[in-house]
Design a protein around this ligand. Structure first.
Ligand code: OXD
Ligand code: MN
Length: 585
């Protein structure tokens, strides 16, 4: 098949990798519809995908990953820079030459008997000055079909690239999926990613976490912009005024739900528009504001808990042309997961292909099972998603999953204080990464697993942005997950989060007052829109906003752990903010 590009840098590099991996065949992907159908047929023939019921799930497929390969592997993820200092204390570091050599041991001859797919892709709207081109070489047809949903894949990327050599070089080899040979390695100085031994999305869809966040954050620091683990949404008021907000939450904390929120009935005339659900690239605009694009073209969302009331827009989005991974498969060729609208099926196959009934002790769907769905299906998709300059951001939200301590919402006093709120974010761990679930860990800006360089320098870069953005967004902190003494959530979340969002955009526009507390500005009870919330009282709201001094003493001490780790790289501003907080408390 022809290569569709005459770019010599690409042709030479692909040739080198073919010589290294020794595939039987090389297929250059063009991103066309006929190619998609061909690849889907092939994947079904190979047993990689199962075609779902064409009436109930048109154009959709089912995939089971290897049971040992169901999440991102942070302990096997490396930043390979000449010095350890560049990777910093929160990343695994390896010396690039040594790691290239080690990887060659895995990739040499790794595609013998297999097909190498050349996947050109564009992150960001075509023509955007912020868009980046990547080329992923992979021996997984599942990866190709997922990349086709998650990115603008095919000839559009060659058009953006022209004859430049400014593209990300990505190599992915499945190997035998042996966890002992699994590695996800980033070489920021070479704009190169090599991932071996995994087939799980976050480890192998190289445009997403690897390029858009780890390499992206490194490039952002060098080039003066921010690559963030943030959703982007637009709030449209009944008068048609649109305000854009970016929000960082750790993995599996509801970014997709928040990005697709449907306001409660009492918010008649209000609409939420989704720009992105996972990643934001933000840059200082000539007008003094911070502008953002979503580099992706699809959603790789967590399935369990997704239903018609938690996220009706996601349900509409995944109604067709979707790849489901590690959910349960029903006998009629439809899918199910815990928290689905449908009741548990009397019988089905679980995510490992084993017979499952409602009496089974294990879950039918893996807690990190996913849907890969095109953003074009989303009824709330913002048309601005294709605007090359992106959207202007009025507010930035940092959120975590915290059972106690953190109030529902508060606003930072200023940019530096906001950076401190982001830097000290903590959250209970989830199933999106391999390891224990439910422990509080510091996850600055939700970027702990995704910052491609020294986290202390990353804070400095955030502080420096203040000088380049004359009209900086207001910064807020939220916590949807606070629990009462009986262990029940104090806040209903989901669509009701619109109430918090309304206060946030009113604050950003200077339209509403606030109370000053040691933590920051918080809503006055009388300003917070509680109308239409059955049985939810002003006292319930105050319980959510309560500041417990004993909990805050513990919180400040536990923040110190991260600060100690980063000690010699930590901007002084962070220490001063900590001291000011202690003084206020
Ligand atoms: C994701 C993650 O898949 O954060 O988006 O793990
Ligand atoms: Mn994510």
């Amino acid at each position: 098949m022809s290569s569709h590009t005459t770019n010599l840098h690409v042709l030479t590099w692909v040739q080198e990798q073919v010589r290294l991996c020794q595939p039987d065949r090389v297929v250059w992907c063009d991103g066309s519809e006929p190619e998609r159908f061909r690849l889907q047929e092939q994947a079904v023939r190979d047993g990689v995908l199962i075609r779902l019921n064409p009436e109930k799930h048109p154009g959709s497929f089912y995939h089971r990953s290897n049971p040992n390969d169901v999440a991102r592997v942070e302990q096997l993820t490396y930043i390979c820079t000449p010095t350890e200092e560049e990777a910093g204390p929160t990343n695994n570091w390896a010396e690039p030459r040594a790691m290239y050599r080690r990887l060659e041991g895995h990739t040499r001859g790794a595609m013998k008997g297999r097909t190498m797919y050349v996947v050109p892709y564009l992150m960001g709207p075509p023509g955007s000055p912020l868009a980046k081109v990547g080329v992923e070489l992979t021996d997984s047809i599942y990866v190709v079909l997922n990349m086709r949903i998650m990115t603008r894949m095919g000839d559009v990327a060659w058009q953006q690239l022209g004859d430049s050599d400014d593209f990300n070089r990505g190599l992915h080899c499945m190997l035998d999926l042996n966890p002992e040979r699994r590695l996800v390695c980033h070489f920021p100085q070479d704009n190169t990613i090599i991932s071996v031994g995994s087939g799980y999305g976050g480890n192998v869809l190289l445009g997403k976490k690897c390029l858009a966040l780890r390499i992206g954050s490194y490039l952002g620091r060098r080039e003066g912009w921010l690559a963030e683990h943030m959703l982007i949404l637009g709030v449209e008021s009944p008068r048609g005024e649109k305000t854009y907000v970016a929000a960082a939450f750790p993995s599996a904390c509801g970014k997709t739900n928040f990005a697709m929120l449907v306001p409660p009935v009492s918010f008649e005339g209000w609409r939420i528009w989704t720009v992105g659900d996972d990643i934001a690239w933000m840059y200082p605009g000539a007008d003094g504001r911070l502008w953002a694009i979503n580099p992706e073209a699809g959603y790789f969302g967590v399935a369990p808990g997704t239903n018609g009331s938690t996220n009706p827009n996601a349900m509409a989005t995944l109604a067709r042309d979707t790849i489901f991974t590690n959910v349960a498969l029903k006998p009629d060729g439809t899918v199910w997961w815990e928290g689905h609208d449908d009741p548990p099926p009397p019988e089905c196959l679980d995510w490992q292909g084993r017979p499952w009934t409602p009496l089974s002790r294990e879950k039918a769907a893996h807690p990190n099972s996913r849907f890969t769905a095109p953003m074009a299906n989303n009824p709330s998709l913002a048309p601005e998603v294709d605007h090359s300059q992106g959207v202007p951001i009025s507010a930035i939200i940092f959120g975590g999953r915290r059972a106690s301590t953190l109030p529902l919402v508060c606003e930072a006093f200023n940019w530096v204080h906001g950076v401190y709120l982001g830097a000290t974010m903590g959250s209970e761990t989830t199933a999106a990464a391999a390891g224990a679930v439910g422990q509080v860990r510091r996850d600055p800006m939700a970027m702990l697993p995704f910052c491609g360089y020294n986290m202390g320098w990353y804070f400095r870069h955030w502080l420096n942005m203040r000088k380049r953005v004359k009209l900086p967004p207001h910064i807020f902190q939220v916590n949807w997950f606070r629990k009462g003494p009986d262990g029940r959530y104090l806040w209903p979340g989901f669509g009701e989060n619109m109430r918090v969002l309304k206060w946030i955009i009113d604050r950003a526009a200077g339209r509403v007052g606030a109370w000053e507390t040691p933590l920051g500005w918080v809503p006055r009870t009388q300003d917070f829109p509680l109308d239409g919330m059955d049985g939810f009282t002003a006292a319930d709201f105050e319980a959510l906003q309560n500041i417990n001094l004993e909990e805050w003493r513990r919180e400040v001490l536990s923040q110190d752990e991260l600060f100690m780790k980063l000690y010699s790289f930590l901007p002084k501003e962070m220490i001063f903010q900590r001291e000011l907080l202690v003084a206020r408390l």
